[in-house]
Design a protein. Structure first.
Length: 162
């Protein structure tokens, strides 16, 4: 018996490598990138040197939450901003795995079917999301959201290097 993967390893690896290439091209902080298939199984992951220990859990939670809710983690954040009780309920229901900040991006095929998700953690959430979206598109897929936050370059962490 042969199982059909929704997102082949070759494609997931291309997404991870392109996300890291984009991060280096923009001189971002060290990144952790996780790619999940549509069933939430991790297909590929890389952590750059200097990426903090918890970055994997954050990246995984962004991707897993996007798959679990069927919307990007940016949209989860936006929809839950005024609903803290529901946000708490989601945190409880997901055993704390759902991370409701940008950086969890759905991967869709040409027919609009969700075949996986990318989660990135390392720099600001907006920069993480930018890398995910650009990597998904470079691998020949459609991202949701389709475009990064227009002000992604202007986002900064308070202790970020100049």
């Amino acid at each position: 018996m042969r199982l059909q993967a929704s997102l082949p390893l070759e494609s997931a690896s291309r997404i991870v490598d392109e996300a890291l290439r984009r991060a280096r091209a923009e001189d971002m902080l060290p990144m952790t990138v996780v790619v999940l298939d549509s069933g939430g199984k991790m297909i590929a992951m890389k952590c750059e040197d200097g990426s903090g220990l918890v970055r994997f859990d954050v990246a995984f939670g962004k991707a897993w939450g996007a798959l679990g809710m069927g919307i990007s983690s940016r949209l989860i954040r936006d929809r839950l901003a005024a609903r803290p009780s529901f946000q708490s309920a989601l945190a409880t229901a997901s055993d704390g795995r759902l991370i409701p900040v940008p950086g969890g991006v759905l991967i869709e095929d040409e027919a609009g079917v969700t075949i996986g998700a990318v989660g990135i953690s390392g720099d600001t959430s907006e920069k993480d999301e930018y890398c995910a979206i650009k990597a998904i598109k470079a691998a020949g897929f459609v991202s949701e959201p389709v475009e990064p936050d227009p002000d992604w370059r202007g986002s900064a962490l308070s202790d970020q290097r100049p």
